[in-house]
Design a protein around this ligand. Structure first.
Ligand code: AN7
Length: 370
């Protein structure tokens, strides 16, 4: 068992993914590079998760909350906005459950172009909404869900004055592939299993494309089984049908009709992976576990693969992918996609219970209670 607390800190932190992986990306010498130093995020080994999986397996966490706007979206946004500027676009538009809008707003600001974001009213975590305003985007809330917002954006994007920067834009997927490249570069080869949350299903498609391309280029000898986790109340791919009214505490993945459904299905099939579901209670428990046991605070959606990993280790619960079958010594990577500070609401009830005590040592010691 790997009990070391190794952290692969890449020497490339802060360079930006286009500078580092240019030959794999759709850019040329005439593309103006719009970057905020995204990517190069640490791959952190988790001795406690490794111990739970057992049999000499190693679990690593790809900590995407350390990107410039604190989610993985920045990898794709640097490419999408660079290409939009190259094409002469003066405004970008996206639908979002929050993180895409935060990232689009930041990269548009950096590029000096306008940004409009269309969001489901009342369903965006406050940190993400605050980011969209802070970076100066035009924020439009609709009385509808994410799927309604994306439908509207697809139509508006057909006009000449907007470039869509949702993951239906292939430049977004191209940029997000770089996370798979980094994992291979850090581990020396691809892992055996890769777990991640599933929302619009763009990221699982991007990782799979990245693992394949990197193997084809001779940089790895294999590609992992891709295992995606939907929230139980927003699980169209797991159930094989569109969910009209998706519901979950993990607002980032509150999506009923994923745009990249087909490519994600293919990724899961071709990689011999699986799609499974985790409940909101399991997501919140995994979020708390990761923060208190490993010191990594992620937003609820990002805890889905951790909840999923726990489920995979319990054959009695009939997981879609049982770890009982994986070979000894397997290497497992979980992507934790966004930072916990983006969604303070889910912790607020605990924070609000804090009451002040008298300003003396006895009262403070009593309150500590150790
Ligand atoms: C933290 O921001 O869809 O399966 O509009 O923010 O590629 O959609 C966010 C998705 C996982 C799911 N984790 O990724 C949006 C949006 C976090 C996310 C996902 C999202 P995809």
């Amino acid at each position: 068992m790997n009990t070391s607390q190794e952290i692969q800190v890449t020497p490339h932190r802060g360079r930006g993914v286009i500078a580092r992986y240019r030959e794999f990306l759709p850019v040329s010498d005439s593309t103006p590079i719009v970057s905020l130093g995204e990517g190069g995020t640490p791959l952190i080994s988790s001795p406690r998760l490794s111990a739970i999986v057992g049999r000499g397996c190693e679990v690593h966490l790809k900590y995407e909350g350390l990107n410039p706007t604190c989610s993985f979206k920045d990898r794709g946004m640097t490419v999408a906005v660079s290409k939009a500027v190259e094409g002469g676009t003066l405004a970008v538009i996206c639908a979002s459950t929050g993180n895409t809008s935060a990232s689009a707003a930041a990269y548009a600001a950096r590029a000096g172009i306008r940004c409009a974001v269309v969001l489901p009213a009342g369903k965006i975590a406050s940190g993400k909404l605050l980011q969209a305003f802070a970076y100066g985007a035009k924020v439009v809330a609709i009385e509808g869900n994410f799927d309604d917002a994306l439908r509207i954006v697809r139509r508006l994007g057909a006009r000449d004055d907007f470039a869509i920067v949702n993951s239906i834009n292939p430049d977004r997927i191209a940029g997000q592939k770089t996370a798979a490249f980094e994992i291979v570069d850090d581990l020396g080869d691809a892992p055996d299993l890769h777990l991640l949350p599933l929302g619009n299903a763009g990221n699982i498609s991007a990782y799979w494309a990245g693992y394949r391309e990197y193997r084809d280029a001779g940089n790895s000898t294999r590609s992992p089984a891709m295992i995606g986790f939907e929230a139980a109340g927003a699980a169209p791919m797991f159930h094989g049908r569109v969910v009209e009214n998706p519901e979950t505490i993990a607002s980032a993945i509150r999506i009923g009709n994923p745009a990249s459904w087909e490519t994600a299905d293919r990724a899961v099939r071709d990689s011999h992976g699986a799609i499974d579901i985790v409940t909101d209670d399991e997501i919140l428990a995994a979020q708390q576990w990761l923060a208190t046991q490993e010191g990594i605070f992620v937003e609820p959606a990002s805890a889905a693969p951790i909840a999923g990993l726990f489920k995979c280790c319990e054959p009695a619960r009939s997981p879609a992918y049982s770890f009982a079958q994986i070979p000894e010594g397997s290497r497992i990577v979980c992507t934790v996609t966004g930072h916990g500070l983006k969604d303070p609401e889910v912790m607020m009830d605990r924070v609000m219970k804090l009451t002040a005590v008298a300003p003396n040592e006895e009262a403070v010691l009593r309150a500590i209670g150790f």
